[in-house]
Design a protein around this ligand. Structure first.
Ligand SMILES: C[S@@+](CC[C@H](N)C(=O)[O-])C[C@H]1O[C@@H](n2cnc3c(N)ncnc32)[C@H](O)[C@@H]1O
Length: 320
């Protein structure tokens, strides 16, 4: 078994303070919103894994197809000795890269979910003798301090998770990734592509109701962490396509007029009947838009691969 290290870059009370600030700001604003990172406690991470196997949820299968076909080219282009993965979750697809990066010294999975990091990191350390696994509990939207490991570095951001950031957040995020890249390093970015609205909406509103349970999990998190009295059954899961912004929105619709108490914030939040709380956006992309956003952050797109059906793209870019 190779070494497995887990580092928390932020003290636990910072996470607590961030949750309080986000919930306060999001539920007192109009319209009400919550950032998607709070879905991912242990249960939320499990539910997300379940989503990746659903028949309606094509992004994981499409991205896996590209990785299976192109991992060799990616490895050859990057020659990475350190693989950093942002929002790594189960690290399941990452194995395609780890398998072919012959000079790989250290894998650095970065996630807010301690349970996902521990499970995935320990499994990889056990499977790959000689590979150091240094997991970081961190928020990838905050300034990241990476461990001093050998270069070149490949920073992977898979799953289309970049689409969960709003445009201004994406610009700030890409600029911070650019700041992590030295000459010879590269960014491997997974982006879900614009497609038929029905296919998109089904991917976020599956027949078995797993995505609905994932969406409502944020209410369980707030109940547990802040002593709130959300009744998840008093909200309906909503997924809709916003054609102007080219993103999917997940929302929770209040089924009745109700007041939710959040004692840790000394807050009572009124919901009107049918009022909606936005819990996630998932932007869908086109190649030109990805190129432009990367370029605005000082990154140059050098390779672009899609799956056979053109549903999802992986791109490689380097610092300009
Ligand atoms: C959509 S899932 C993708 C997981 C995996 N990369 C994949 O492709 O299947 C998003 C992952 O990012 C993590 N995450 C979400 N927001 C985050 C943040 N602000 N900082 C760090 N991790 C975050 C979640 O815990 C989750 O594991």
């Amino acid at each position: 078994m190779s070494p497995f290290r887990l580092t928390r870059t932020l003290p636990e009370d910072t996470t607590d303070a961030a949750l309080r600030a986000d919930v306060h700001e999001g539920l007192t604003g109009s319209p009400k919103t919550l950032p998607p990172k709070w879905f991912y406690d242990a249960r939320g991470s499990e539910l997300f894994e379940e989503i990746t196997g659903l028949p309606e949820y094509y992004p994981t299968r499409a991205e896996r197809e590209i990785l299976r076909a192109r991992a060799g080219e990616i490895a050859e282009a990057s020659g990475a000795r350190t693989l950093v993965e942002l929002g790594s979750g189960s690290s399941e697809k990452t194995r395609y890269l780890i398998d072919v990066l012959t000079g790989l010294h250290t894998y650095v999975p970065v996630d807010v979910s301690q349970s996902a990091l521990t499970q995935a990191g320990q499994a990889l350390a056990a499977e790959r003798p000689g590979l150091e696994v240094h997991a970081l509990i961190a928020d990838f939207t905050a300034r990241l301090t990476l461990p001093g490991t050998p270069g070149p570095r490949l920073v992977a951001f898979l799953g289309g998770t970049i689409g969960n950031l709003l445009p201004a957040e994406r610009a700030a995020f890409l600029a911070s990734v650019r700041a992590l890249l030295a000459p010879g390093d590269a960014l491997l970015l997974g982006t879900d592509l614009v497609k038929d609205e029905r296919v998109l909406v089904r991917a976020y509103d599956d027949a078995a109701g797993v995505t609905a349970a994932f969406n409502k999990n944020v209410l369980h998190v707030i109940n547990r962490e802040l002593g709130a009295d959300f009744d998840p059954d008093a909200f309906a899961h909503v997924a809709l396509w916003d054609a102007r912004h080219e993103w999917i929105e997940m929302r929770l619709r209040s089924l009745t007029a109700q007041t939710v108490k959040i004692p840790a914030l000394e807050l009572a939040v009124d919901f009107a009947a049918d009022e909606e709380l936005r819990t996630e956006v998932s932007a869908k992309f086109r190649q030109e838009g990805v190129r432009e956003e990367l370029s605005a952050a000082g990154l140059e797109l050098t390779r672009w691969w899609t799956d056979e059906e053109g549903r999802f793209a992986l791109s490689l870019s380097v610092a300009r």
